[in-house]
Design a protein around this ligand. Sequence first.
Ligand code: ADP
Ligand code: MG
Length: 706
Amino acid sequence: MSNRNRSQALAAVSEIRPAAPAAPSPIHFDEFGADVFAGETLREYLTPAVSKSLEATVKKGAPLDPAIANDVAAAMKSWALARGATHYTHWFLPLTGATAEKHDAFLETDGDHAITAFSGKNLVVGEPDASSFPSGGIRSTFEARGYTAWDPTSPAFIKRHGNGATLCIPTAFCAYTGEALDKKTPLLRSLQALSAATKRLVRCFGLSGDERVTVTLGPEQEYFLVDKHFYLLRPDLLQTGRTVFGAPPAKHQQLEDHYFGTIRARVLNFMTEVEHELWRLGIPAKTRHNEVAPAQFEIAPIFEELNLACDHNMLVMEVLRQAAERNGLVCLLHEKPFAGVNGSGKHNNWSVCYGKTNLLNPGSEPRENAIFLTVLTAIVRAIDSHADLLRAAVAGAGNDHRLGANEAPPAVISIYVGDQLADIISQIVKGVAGPSRKAGTMRIGVDTLPPLPRDATDRNRTSPFAFTGNKFEFRAPGSSQNCAGPNVVLNTIVAESFDYLAGELEKAAAAKKDFHETLQALLQKVIKKHQRILFNGDGYASGWLAEAAKRGLPNAPTTMDALKAYAKKENIALFERYGVFSSREMASRYDVASDEYHTRVRIEGEIALEIARTMVAPAARKEFLASKAAGSAPGAKAVQAYAAQVGKLLGALDRNANALEKALLGKHEGIIKAMKDLREVVDGLEKILPDAAWPLPKYREMLFVY
Ligand code: ADP
Ligand code: MG
């Protein structure tokens, strides 16, 4: 008896021959942005007046002039038709966490002939039936109308497939009542809030506050690739994106030989295809490399404006998945596809600029430094005051296997600033100069601070929230998550903190107090109060959790613990005050996230039960009967012992499967516990049953054969 599926899969993969190195082919950089309706293309297709008006909306956040909608639509249509698009769609980001699109052809008829049509109204609003998207009770099916509204700050683009193309118009998705049903709307609102607060804060330092505020994001995206032959033989991967069973292979990541290793030819071909597609979409894919776990990789773009970067990250995930398919691979974006090796995250590199100045850049002159330290202090205050919200924003069934599961980063949110900044912060707290400065009292904004070499700041890779030279890197978001969620929180809590500090400075100014003394005292007070959130040590170290508890830092190891933050009165009030979420929208986020969590856990439990009963148990039973029969031969003691061992595990399998079946009628904690027990038995069987009889592709195959 043997499992032919697996051996056939192995044989099929062994036949795959990546192409040999080719002669140099044309470089694709000149295709950058070719499928995006922006920049040069706008000027080519629009009259100067219309193009100027549109650019003012995009660049300066001016309200969209409704009079230009028809002109823009007509231009977009001719451009899209010229680029081969037959359809258009409002492209949006519902609360499922995926993207959504419903295509309409440009086609109309005048009775006899086909004509093309696409009006300003088609561009500006859409009315998809909203009833089948999760809304957390905001929109019941009897009021199914939902609206998509054009977001001119994220340019339209063309998505291509084998024999056609579609014009995609990024939109926000709202209910009839105006409540947000998507991830983009609150993000745009939070950007407005942070922009206003930033302007207010810089005014305290004598700047005009009239320049544009931009928030930037560079999301590093991790993922796994498995050969499709194996994928199709794993119902768990197919249905949940992760393996619910699988014994650890002898070699996985112990030798640390995958990270930054030579990229295999097949994978490099895939990556190249991905990049060409992304460049055409105007997505500045920059970095590619092998990650820590076997079969794990990373792609990182050059940072862009936050709203655009979020849309682009959604497209990166889509292009990764589709290009993988074309290459006979499957791209796994789940946070933990394989137990025992690293999971996948999405490092969220974030910063705020006022005009051309990155406020997270230490800068060289006193005023810049003073603003930098004020911004830094404000962020420390924001993260310490609202760590629970940041944690909630990255909660999810997949991420539970990373955060709070002895993996990087931990579920406790803390900030890493590096030794030099820590030194400066402690000088502020003490109010005196430390060894790295000349003697004398430190007066921020008057004296020059020690220079901060940029690249010396980040040697720590375990902190959930790290200052990395000119940006903060939030490392907790999961690889599959939409970047919008954590950035909505980050923008809002930082806006609140900027406002707090600006308010204090304004009060002092009104009372004619000395600015520098006020600032010095304020930063000292705020840092003193919030410095417990600073932690420069190893986030994985066993002592850290106890230490964090002593400091009173919240630790929400699971999704349902974390989501409680959405229900807290003061948190709801915060988002309402900043116009980011209404209380109903907050409640809906909680409901949707909690429903999704429970549904995912249940699906995992059901697939585990099905695999255990219909694939593993039959193989084990057959083996048990065969070895039992063989054991009756004279002198076959070892065979008897083996049969007894298989029999014992078989009994346990039966019991644990029944327990899981029962648990599936109850709550998630019970399901998770029953799945864990079942996994132990199944993985135990995998280790002793004949290799050829094992019905599922093994870890060593999925992680190494591609
Ligand atoms: P790593 O964290 O792996 O060392 P890098 O330092 O190269 O990687 O940067 C990671 C990401 O951070 C990239 O996407 C990069 O574009 C982005 N990044 C760099 N500067 C900023 C910034 N000021 N704001 C937002 N993202 C940034
Ligand atoms: Mg990084």
